[in-house]
Design a protein around this ligand. Structure first.
Ligand SMILES: [Zn+2]
Ligand SMILES: [Zn+2]
Ligand SMILES: [Zn+2]
Length: 335
């Protein structure tokens, strides 16, 4: 899964860095050994993967990209119970049961969801026939088939935090399917909201609600940079969480000194997303330019530290590209 890729990337940075250091020979020998053993590991993984795909390439999937008409979504295995029970399909905007998904796509209540919903250009009836999905029996009393009012409420939102992708106590947005840890959301969710179960809207929804009013006219980047940050206390947290959630393996989330060897001997000013969230909430940025400069710092640090590691370098470059596009969209800056 994704986490393994992250570990592999981190591991390869260590190797890369050790390989480049001009330490004593003994040190270099051990780094060569590390490279060999990691190659062996990779080969073993390939063999395992081949075995799995010989039986069925879909067997280790947690979700399937399904479509119906022009609508698409991810059908999550562990949320699936039947056509009627369990909101198992996550579209961009909500969680739906297979029957609700067909209704939203085609406006039909009398269709057959097993035929009308497709995966890999075949009706999802195939997934059931191939035992990739199991229909629960009419007598099943699981929380999908016989949900309590609270279970029904929970089915409307993601089971994992939108920012860090792990589970635990999550705060659920009332307007979209996203869920967050209290402390992963920026700004942190107020204690009162959780204790009193108050209506709550996430920063993605807050931003969406003001986006069109924000900059009806085109802006210049150099002008935007001088804006007081207090004018952008929705757009800035939005951009920060946008990058957080796009950084799928949380490579830029925490202090790199904690897991990268000799980091500060190469990088003078470390910067990471968690630090930016802290600075933003403690009102340490004055202008938008100062805030955006810290994003730049994260990516230039990444380029400097990984100058000989193409794979890791590319992760940073890709994320920077996504962010630059989003900044232009948010502030209505033409290319
Ligand atoms: Zn069940
Ligand atoms: Zn989280
Ligand atoms: Zn939301």
């Amino acid at each position: 899964g994704g986490t393994n890729v992250g570990f592999y990337l981190l591991k390869s940075i260590f190797i890369c860095h050790e390989g480049n250091s001009e330490d004593e020979e003994e040190h270099q020998d051990s780094s060569i050994k590390t490279v060999n053993s990691s190659e062996e590991e990779e080969e073993n993984m390939d063999t395992l993967d081949e075995q799995a795909s010989a039986t069925n390439p879909d067997s280790d999937k947690v979700a399937f990209l399904v479509t119906c008409g022009a609508l698409s979504g991810q059908l999550h295995k562990k949320r699936f119970a039947s056509g009627r029970c369990g909101k198992s399909i996550r579209t961009e905007t909500r969680w739906l049961t297979p029957l609700e998904f067909v209704y939203e796509a085609l406006g039909q209540r009398d269709g057959s969801w097993m035929k009308d919903i497709e995966y890999d250009r075949k009706p999802i009836g195939h997934l059931i026939k191939n035992k990739m999905l199991y229909i629960h029996s009419d007598l099943c009393i699981c929380c999908l088939c016989k949900p309590s009012p609270k279970d029904l409420e929970n089915e409307k939102n993601d089971d994992e935090c939108y920012v860090c992708k792990s589970n635990g106590e999550l705060v659920k947005c009332d307007l979209c399917p996203r869920s967050f840890h209290q402390k992963c959301h920026v700004p942190q969710v107020k204690e009162q909201v959780i204790k009193e179960d108050k209506p709550w809207m996430c920063i993605f929804c807050s931003f969406k609600s003001i986006q069109e009013l924000l900059y009806p006219d085109e802006q210049k980047l150099e002008d935007v940079m001088t804006h007081q940050i207090s004018r952008h206390m929705v757009a800035c947290p939005y951009l920060l969480l946008f990058v957080y959630s796009a950084d799928e393996n949380q490579i830029f989330a925490t202090n790199p000194e904690e897991y990268l060897k000799a980091y500060t001997s190469i990088i003078k000013t470390p910067m990471w997303l968690g630090k930016m969230a802290e600075k933003l909430q403690e009102k340490l940025y004055k202008t938008l330019g100062e805030f955006l400069a810290d994003f730049e710092l994260i990516f230039t640090n990444c380029t400097t530290y990984n100058k000989n590691n193409a794979e890791f370098h590319a992760v940073g470059k890709h994320l920077k590209l996504l962010l630059d596009q989003e900044i232009r969209k948010v502030f209505n800056i033409p290319d």
